[in-house]
Design a protein around this ligand. Structure first.
Ligand code: RB5
Length: 150
């Protein structure tokens, strides 16, 4: 996964900037959909921008961050075709790739420390989907639920 869409609300601007800096230093291409200030915004608006980029193929995957990661993950998961995993540690990050083939990662800037967040991002970006038949079957059912698969 080389091209990453990223978006956040005002609670997560500092964390997003750190993550973008890290990813660009590592050679990833980052599509930053904001917000880039601390002025209050609504997380569904920003989740949608990053989720749309993933669904339409402009990005290989996405990262969304709000205060807890909860609101912005709920919002991202309402976009058909998105499987966004809210991760608090590297085990969550590994399993949401291995089991859910998550195409988006959500984190909470007020609930997860910066170093843990960086480790989560690395694990998320480098762990492949397991390709297990059981997981493929469940992911297809998710696609039928949101209408992204017939
Ligand atoms: C914003 O104050 C906060 O509600 C938001 O960042 C997030 O935590 C919602 O789930």
């Amino acid at each position: 996964m080389k091209k990453i869409a990223i978006a956040n609300d005002h609670a997560a601007t500092e964390m997003k900037k750190e993550i973008v800096k890290m990813l660009e230093a590592e050679g990833y291409e980052v599509l930053n959909f904001g917000t880039d200030t601390n002025d209050s915004v609504d997380y569904p608006d920003y989740a949608k921008k990053a989720a749309d980029a993933v669904v339409n193929g402009d990005a290989d995957c996405g990262i969304v961050i709000c205060g807890t990661g909860i609101g912005i993950s709920i919002a991202a998961n309402k976009v058909p075709g998105i499987r966004c995993g809210l991760c608090k540690d590297v085990t969550d990050a590994r399993l949401t790739r291995e089991h859910n083939d998550a195409n988006m990662l959500a984190m909470g800037a007020r609930t997860t420390g910066m170093e843990t967040a960086k480790d989560i991002v690395h694990t998320y970006l480098t762990t492949p989907f397991s390709q297990g038949a059981n997981h493929i079957r469940r992911i297809e059912k998710l696609g039928k639920l949101d209408g992204s698969i017939q």
